[in-house]
Design a protein around this ligand. Structure first.
Ligand code: GDP
Length: 223
């Protein structure tokens, strides 16, 4: 068994990116009740327990912004956050849609059945949606529901980034193998598969990390 990698956070450097002014806007039960589509938007999806709240909190530096799952499956709504992303020479005002986690068995069937009618129209018709992040526990691979999320946006000009979470649980030598295997399985470009750790902050704000890769796709003109 490989040794656990160190968990010391890397020091922020001058080329690092950051999120400032992240604020919760609203929870909406449907696309119709979402905030006006007036900012470039990214959506965050993943099965319950994939590490979504931890990642959003680590990215924004705000521990209470997205609740970590004391009660997994509780957040069965579209949660919207406005935020500003800063990078070298860049300032971007964007919106994040935190989608309900899927696949938690203890959620009542009625709630589970409500997932697709809420999320599918959002993914298929939100005009400002540019990027879909699909969070996958890096100790596992994407499952059928992760693949279904990617398929919802397949016909749209939306970049998909598959984000391996809890990368600190993988040996460094396995991280490249994971991204290669996942990209191959899903037919994605390897640059669209990343490994992150909310715990060590690796893969988040430095060159090639999630935040600059996200910002690059959010600032691209829609085709
Ligand atoms: P969510 O249900 O997708 O919002 O997942 P959470 O953010 O609540 O995380 C689920 C579990 O994974 C919690 O026990 C977290 O402490 C753990 N976790 C989340 N991110 C990391 C990480 O980067 N590294 C490790 N080792 N554990 C993590």
């Amino acid at each position: 068994m490989a040794a656990e990698p160190p968990t010391k956070a890397p020091r922020p450097g001058p080329q690092d990116w950051r999120v400032a002014e992240a604020r919760f806007e609203t929870s909406a039960p449907s696309l119709a009740l979402a905030p006006a589509a007036d900012l470039p938007e990214f959506a965050v999806a993943g099965r319950s327990n994939a590490g979504k709240s931890s990642l959003l909190n680590a990215l924004t530096g705000r521990t209470g912004l997205a609740r970590t799952s004391a009660a997994p499956g509780r957040t069965q709504l579209l949660n919207f956050f406005a935020m500003t992303i800063f990078g070298p020479g860049t300032r971007l005002d964007v919106r994040c849609a935190d989608l309900p986690g899927y696949g938690y068995a203890a959620v009542p069937t009625a709630v589970r059945d409500g997932f697709a009618p809420m999320v599918e129209p959002y993914l298929q018709s939100r005009e400002t949606l540019r990027v879909l992040l699909v969070l996958v526990d890096a100790r596992r691979g994407p499952d059928d529901r992760d693949i279904a999320m990617i398929e919802y946006v397949a016909d749209r000009p939306i970049a998909v980034l598959v984000v391996g979470t809890k990368g600190d649980k993988l040996a460094a030598s396995d991280r490249g193998l994971w991204t290669k295997a996942v990209a191959g399985d899903l037919g994605l470009d390897r640059r669209n598969v990343l490994i992150t750790s909310a715990r060590t902050k690796d893969g988040l704000v430095g060159r090639g990390g999630l935040l600059p890769e996200l910002a690059r796709r959010l600032s691209a003109e829609p085709p």
